[in-house]
Design a protein around this ligand. Structure first.
Ligand code: ZN
Length: 391
């Protein structure tokens, strides 16, 4: 059975030969499952190290596998290094070039990937402010919280899909009279399993008749901005994942719940960076190298909605999830987000977007020449060597 899943992984991903840290991830995963209780049918965890940087659930012959990508975790760790340590936005630019190169190579655009990989290599020699660790312990807390958040978010999706399969008791507990109560009911039930009492979830849920909260207006508004229809699921899974991480890692990071929450909020920002890089690559290819200025609107609204949802949830439940000082947490979230904008978002939106545009424009004229010069000579292996993926 697992052999077939391994075949699927081999066929769908570019894998590194690096040894994955299975013991660590499986330890954290089993902590989460222990806290959840429930049945024994939870997905089996498989750890890969792939260029795709993708966590996913795979179903095969009634068995489910949660595939966690260690390279995704390493990417978040590098973004944390930049966030914590960098004094120079050039560090961000350097790393984004690597992300771009790898992203183009996944799509098979090796000639363009080659240009970005060369640019990355040039900057790699001069950029090093991210290497000087300012607070290694807190950075590790950030990375571990974010990795477990990503893993838990996938697990939450599968629980949300068919809650009673994992928790047979749920049929009695959750009233199915109104489908609109599904999110708050599932979150309430999972929260209780995890040891949190009286958790409330209303944001993005359907309003009660008596509720003054104009959720429908908000949802209609965000949907017309191009939000995916699954945004309610995403928001619900964010909250479940947040609770899973706080519960499972609580002992490891006791007294640091606010740091864990801040780490998860920054983890969402990391996901947005990866989404923007992906969109940037795709639109630069599909639109004949003209960058569409509006391409990030969907990602930004998605991100804003998910972030507001987490903030709103914390606003209602902070004391119940172990936050000691809510105002201090709000301050920490704002300060870290401001710093993120300076050191990561601004280089992303300004210099990298411009660089893609310029690179494409410069090479557009000689594009056929570059393509034929690299054709057959540059492939995924050459790009991975240049970006250090295989090292
Ligand atoms: Zn999701």
């Amino acid at each position: 059975m697992t052999a077939e899943v391994d075949q699927y992984i081999q066929a769908s991903r570019t894998l590194s030969n690096r040894q994955t840290n299975d013991i660590l991830y499986k330890r954290h995963y089993s902590l989460i499952l222990q806290k959840l209780g429930g049945s024994q049918v939870f997905p089996q965890l498989k750890v890969v190290y792939s260029l795709q940087r993708l966590a996913e659930i795979v179903e095969h012959n009634d068995m489910e596998f949660l595939i966690y990508d260690q390279y995704h975790g390493q990417t978040m760790n590098m973004l944390n290094r930049i966030l914590f340590n960098s004094t120079d936005p050039g560090d961000t630019e350097m790393y984004l070039l690597k992300l771009m190169a790898e992203n183009y190579s996944i799509g098979g655009y090796f000639h363009i990937a080659f240009l970005f990989a060369l640019a990355y290599n040039q900057l790699l020699e001069t950029q090093d402010s991210y290497r000087n660790d300012i607070d290694l312990e807190r950075r590790m807390l950030f990375t571990i919280s974010q990795e477990n958040y990503v893993l838990s978010h996938e697990l939450a999706h599968i629980i949300l899909q068919d809650t009673s399969r994992y928790f047979p008791a749920v049929q009695k507990e959750i009233p199915e009279k109104r489908a609109s109560h599904k999110y708050s009911s599932v979150i309430g039930f999972i929260a209780a399993q995890l040891g949190f009492r009286n958790i409330e979830y209303t944001f993005l849920d359907e309003p009660d008749e008596s509720s003054p909260w104009p959720i429908n207006i908000l949802l209609n508004g965000t949907e017309s901005m191009g939000l995916s229809s699954s945004i309610r699921d995403e928001c619900c899974c964010d909250i479940i994942a947040l609770l899973m991480v706080i519960s499972a890692l609580g002992e490891m990071f006791s007294g640091h719940v606010s740091d864990v929450i801040t780490a998860i909020a920054m983890g969402l920002r990391h996901l947005r960076v990866l989404g923007i890089v992906n969109d940037l690559c795709r639109s630069s290819i599909s639109k004949n190298f003209e960058i569409d200025e509006a391409m990030n609107i969907r990602l930004i609204s998605d991100y804003m909605t998910r972030t507001s949802n987490i903030r709103s949830f914390i606003g209602i439940n902070s004391d119940k999830i172990g936050v000691k000082d809510e105002n201090k947490l709000k301050m920490m979230l704002n300060e870290t987000a401001d710093h993120y904008e300076d050191i990561i978002d601004n280089p992303l939106m300004a210099s990298i977007t411009t660089k893609v545009y310029e690179t494409m424009k410069t090479y557009n004229n000689d594009f056929d020449a570059i393509k034929s010069a690299t054709e057959g000579k540059i492939g995924i292996d050459e790009i991975c060597e240049l970006t250090g993926f295989y090292q």
